[in-house]
Design a protein around this ligand. Structure first.
Ligand code: C2E
Ligand code: MG
Ligand code: MG
Ligand code: MG
Length: 280
């Protein structure tokens, strides 16, 4: 797109072309060997403050670097990893990768958080989640350096267990985000019972928001809800300058999307950061 911001960032824009979805019939053995061989890497997508452009964090987005098929996107394997029972192993790998990768940008300016997507299945396992603290501390980081993103579908409607475990994680110092907000038929009256500090509005409501009254209505409702509950609002899927300008003028807190940056490899974060700082 020919927006001013992306022109300024043009020389740093690293495209991550998405191949047409291929259906790989991955077996349990494929998934197990990928986990054992640590074939997963993290890409990172920045989350920036709309008011001043400050980088609030990056979200880790896992990719499977398959020895034959190349880079495979999470939509094609997360459900299989869950199905075959290896999601805790994957979550741990993503966290380990993030702990290693963070060395590439720590000390390069103001600190920011790393967001990790956590499956509801991992959340069901108190022992597993507890096993993450020593890992984090052993690398000189602490729970406050992380945001755990949990997709909205199911979390608000499941009984007790997620609420207890989320409360515990919050007390340990992790920030919690409710992801893809608006895509599930949740019991919204329960939102205030949960310790989410961040509400991520799903990208289907954000891109093209200036042309859609229903998207704008939903967005304003989210803002009101978040203000009431003291949550930070993150708009996902900010793709154009129009989206950005609208969100900024209406008081949204944080933006994430292709307009700011595609998900990029860890090695490219430092260069992206200096380019971004020079442009804001
Ligand atoms: P998500 O957590 O909602 O992540 C945002 C997705 O939107 C990412 O897709 C990102 O590349 C994409 N995106 C970001 N900005 C834009 C934009 O401006 N326009 C469009 N069209 N898309 C944008 P990705 O990386 O393919 O991940 C898909 C989903 O897979 C994630 O959705 C998340 O639910 C899941 N996922 C990713 N990594 C992990 C992980 O480590 N663990 C688990 N359990 N799930 C993960
Ligand atoms: Mg997410
Ligand atoms: Mg999302
Ligand atoms: Mg999602």
């Amino acid at each position: 797109c020919s927006t001013q911001l992306s022109l300024m960032l043009g020389r740093l824009e690293i495209n991550e072309p998405k191949p047409p979805p291929k259906k790989h019939p991955f077996t349990m053995e494929d998934i197990l060997s990928a986990v054992e061989n640590r074939e997963f890497i993290n890409y990172y997508q920045p989350k920036v403050s709309l008011s001043d452009g400050e980088v609030k964090g990056v979200e880790a987005l896992v990719r499977w670097r398959h020895p034959e098929h190349g880079i495979i996107f999470p939509d094609q394997f997360i459900h299989l990893v869950e199905h075959y029972g290896y999601i805790n192993e994957l979550t741990r790998l993503v966290l380990e990768n993030a702990l290693d990768d963070a060395r590439l940008w720590r000390g390069a300016g103001d600190p920011f958080t790393v967001a990790i997507n956590i499956s509801m299945l991992s959340l069901a396992s108190l022992g597993f989640m507890d096993s993450l603290y020593p890992l984090i501390y052993s690398k000189g980081m602490s729970p406050g350096d992380f945001v755990f993103e949990i997709t909205e579908s199911r979390v608000l409607d499941d009984r007790r267990q997620p609420l207890e475990i989320l409360t515990r994680l919050k007390l340990k110092g992790f920030e919690l985000a409710i992801d893809d907000f608006g895509t599930a038929y949740s019991n919204l009256s329960k939102l205030s019972d949960y310790p989410f500090g961040e509400l991520k509005i799903d990208r289907s409501f954000i891109h093209g928001i200036t042309d859609s009254r229903s998207k704008a209505t939903f967005y304003h409702a989210c803002l009101a809800l978040a203000r009431e509950y003291g949550m930070t609002v993150v708009a996902e899927g900010v793709e154009t300058r129009e989206d950005w300008a609208f969100l900024k003028s209406t008081g949204c807190d944080v933006a994430q999307g292709y307009f700011i940056s595609r998900p990029i490899p860890a090695d490219d974060i430092a260069a992206w950061l200096s380019g971004w700082k020079a442009s804001v």
